[in-house]
Design a protein around this ligand. Structure first.
Ligand SMILES: Nc1ncnc2c1ncn2[C@@H]1O[C@H](COP(=O)(O)OP(=O)(O)OP(=O)(O)O)[C@@H](O)[C@H]1O
Ligand SMILES: [Mg+2]
Length: 246
């Protein structure tokens, strides 16, 4: 079993090879809800599998879950080709489409952070790479006084930050990166997703500014896709991500 210190340094690494490090992973967060975390998470998982990696996925808390079950967890499970039961991939599924802490109170569900952490740490220890998708953005509360940022820190996983392409993303992206750094979280990369379609000329100039500010921190950009389409296999630089996720 690989143990990770509070600073995110693996204390007892299992064997390293050209394809990655056992116990590696990333925590996918976003500048907002609905920015493309699941789409990007699935694309990363597919690209890692195509390289022969054994990838586990987790959506530890999903809200807005209806009769069809947790859709993010299902999408990630399918991308990973996983046979794990859905309730292992998503141990906390709540109906109210709200922040986890709010949806939990509504459901009368007392989210046990310890149980969530135990589930996630077991996945990280058992697989070469574990991708965890948060809910909403970085400071969304899971329980009173405990946010997605706290979860990423307790797992010692570096962040993949998904940012919207449209106006407002300069502010939202920098706020997210600053909040992460202030909490000692590592940033593995930023992926921009064009979920709102084609950009105006002004929005495109804003985005160019963000690209030049972030430089090599940007590891991918997903153009506007047709409904149901998946990103191109090379849309995200997973080799760079892997190098930052050990
Ligand atoms: N580049 C893109 N082109 C077209 N549609 C996109 C793109 N990026 C995201 N979307 C669409 O935007 C919607 C939200 O994306 P997604 O579900 O991945 O967001 P999310 O951040 O995971 O949301 P949540 O906070 O609910 O988990 C989905 O319908 C997705 O297909
Ligand atoms: Mg999602």
């Amino acid at each position: 079993m690989t143990h990770l210190s509070a600073r995110g340094e693996p204390q007892a690494r299992e064997k390293r090879n050209a394809r990655g490090v056992s116990g590696a992973g990333c925590f996918v967060t976003g500048t907002d809800t609905g920015v493309g975390k699941t789409l990007v998470g699935c694309a990363i998982v597919r690209a890692l599998r195509a390289r022969g990696l054994d990838v586990a996925v987790r959506k530890p808390i999903e809200t807005g879950v209806g009769a069809d079950g947790p859709l993010d967890a299902q999408a990630l499970r399918e991308a990973a080709g996983s046979r794990e039961p859905l309730d292992a991939i998503c141990p906390v599924a709540l109906p109210l489409p709200a922040a986890p802490s709010v949806a939990a109170v509504e459901a009368g569900h007392d989210v046990s952070i310890e149980r969530v952490l135990t589930n996630l740490r077991a996945a990280i220890a058992a697989h070469t790479f574990t991708l965890v998708e948060g809910a909403g953005g970085l400071l969304v509360p899971i329980a009173a006084g405990y946010t997605m940022a706290d979860l990423a820190r307790d797992l010692a996983l570096p962040l993949v930050v998904v940012a919207r392409a449209r106006l407002g993303t300069l502010n939202h992206t920098h706020l997210t990166l600053d909040a992460a750094r202030a909490r000692g979280l590592r940033i593995a990369g930023v992926v921009i997703s064009h979920g709102d379609g084609a950009l105006s000329a002004a929005d495109a100039k804003n985005l160019a500014w963000l690209r030049s500010e972030l430089g090599t921190l940007i590891v991918g950009e997903i153009p506007p896709l047709a409904p149901g389409a998946t990103p191109a296999a090379d849309a995200i630089d997973v080799e760079t991500l892997l190098g930052r996720c050990g």
